[in-house]
Design a protein around this ligand. Structure first.
Ligand code: BMA
Length: 336
């Protein structure tokens, strides 16, 4: 069992602590990005990183000191110490005119044929998906919004499937949506989207993912299917709680869930997850992984305040998901 992909010799990694029995373990020096990381930014969290040159680069959700969310570039040599630029990303449309989103949050980044595509949550008469690309993380071209409002958690697959681009998303309302399932859409050209399918439903016998779910990181291609980290949300007297789970989707037909974790893999427990601007949030948005060793580093936002990292070993994780899976009623329906 393993990752289908490239080796990544240098990446953040720590061995599982002795005596720890989970399949995902936290970096021992979390959070890796603290309050007020730049002059203008109060909190950087829910962010996406990728390998770049001989280090790493990322698109970071940065809530400024005026309270509004924007996207910033950050770079790192080791994937743990990040230099976040103080200036937000400046977007241009395809004609070269300024095309700045009013707000922008929860980016995901994927490399596709030498171009990095960025999907985020943008204002489009309410929360919806924004979409853009860059080759060098200096010039950013904003493309047409892929979907009509309201939507969040757009995650593009890292390759075409049956000749089409494939995107996961979570149709929503424009507020703190009290519902939500993961859907999949296809496109021949990244402009026109269709063949919409429901992939995964919220719910199940447990409660951690009972209110809503949303795709987290770009799926990792493995010998067992697409490995997808996602967030599951439950509603408590004290508000929403965001935990992390994982699913394995069919490699040729990713609208079909093969397995998904019955229990969460990680839930807010540590002070940086339970305390902050929004308590009790663990929100995965990216991974780095090495196909040779099977090591995975998961980047997640903690308490809408920090960036944190957790680790997993792919073979152990895949067998855990397969052996501790519960499909939710409706997952397996061909729901068009
Ligand atoms: C969601 C998004 C995330 C955030 C979460 C918890 O609706 O806005 O950015 O982490 O709520 O506040």
């Amino acid at each position: 069992m393993g990752i289908i992909g490239k080796p990544l010799k240098v990446m953040p990694w720590q061995d599982k602590p002795a005596g720890y029995d989970g399949v995902i373990w936290r970096h021992n020096n979390n959070p890796i990005i603290d309050w007020n990381p730049t002059k203008r930014t109060a909190r950087v969290f829910n962010s996406a990183v990728v390998p770049f040159d001989d280090g790493f680069i990322g698109v970071f959700r940065a809530d400024h000191k005026d309270g509004k969310a924007r996207l910033h570039v950050g770079s790192s040599q080791d994937g743990l110490t990040w230099n976040i630029l103080d200036e937000e990303i400046q977007w241009k449309d395809e004609q070269g005119n300024p095309y700045q989103p009013y707000y922008a949050y929860d980016p995901r980044v994927v490399l596709f044929d030498g171009t990095y595509y960025i999907v985020w949550c943008s204002d489009f008469g309410g929360a919806s998906l924004g979409f853009g690309k860059t080759k060098d993380f200096k010039e950013f071209i904003r493309l047409e919004n892929p979907f009509i409002p309201f939507n969040r958690n757009g995650v593009l697959f890292p390759r075409k499937i049956h000749g089409n681009y494939v995107m996961l998303s979570r149709p929503s309302d424009s507020g703190h949506t009290p519902f939500g399932d993961v859907f999949l859409s296809e496109s021949p050209d990244l402009v026109y989207w269709g063949k919409h399918r429901r992939v995964m439903k919220s719910g199940g016998s447990g409660w951690w993912q009972s209110t809503k779910i949303g795709a987290g990181a770009v799926p990792i291609e493995t010998t067992d299917g697409w490995l997808l980290f996602y967030h599951g949300v439950t509603t408590t007297c004290n508000g929403l709680v965001y935990s992390m789970g994982a699913a394995i989707l069919d490699i040729n037909q990713p609208s079909k869930v093969l397995y998904r974790t019955r229990e969460y893999l990680l839930t807010p427990e540590k002070p940086y997850e339970t305390t902050g601007f929004v308590p009790n949030v663990a929100f995965p948005c990216a991974t780095l992984y090495d196909a040779e060793t099977g090591r995975i580093a998961i980047y997640y936002g903690a308490a809408d305040t920090y960036v944190a990292v957790a680790y997993a070993q792919v073979d152990e994780l895949l067998s855990y998901i397969k052996n501790n899976s519960e499909l939710v009623a409706g997952d397996e329906e061909d729901y068009r």
